[in-house]
Design a protein around this ligand. Structure first.
Ligand SMILES: [Zn+2]
Length: 112
């Protein structure tokens, strides 16, 4: 992959990473689990909201880590190479999912 292409993906990844950080739940204290939002709220619905919230947080931090790893791979010179079959990942896939570690074939094999 050419340096200008690597630079492009680094910019995309950096921007996405910033977006995730900006949207991090830590910036919205009102939705913190510890905050008392009123005893009148039905306890069970409050708990299910919390579970949804936690699941979203997990997804975000997972994505955040995947993006950080991708940026590391750009620095290490292994970006755009499938971790499984070591083939080059097609540009179309990198455009769609810039933080991917696997080519479509290997991803599909893993999903099955
Ligand atoms: Zn592969």
């Amino acid at each position: 992959m050419s340096p200008s292409e690597l630079n492009k993906y680094r910019l995309i990844l950096g921007k996405k990473h910033e977006e995730l950080l900006a949207a991090a739940p830590a910036r919205t204290p009102a939705s913190e689990p510890g905050s008392k939002s009123g005893d009148w709220i039905d306890q069970s619905s409050q708990e299910s909201d919390l579970h949804v919230h936690l699941r979203l947080m997990q997804t975000d931090s997972k994505l955040q880590r995947a993006i950080e790893e991708a940026i590391h791979r750009i620095d290490a010179g292994t970006y755009g190479i499938c971790m499984d079959c070591e083939d080059e990942i097609p540009a179309t896939r990198l455009e769609a999912v810039p933080w991917t570690r696997l080519c479509v074939d290997c991803k599909e094999k893993k999903d099955k």
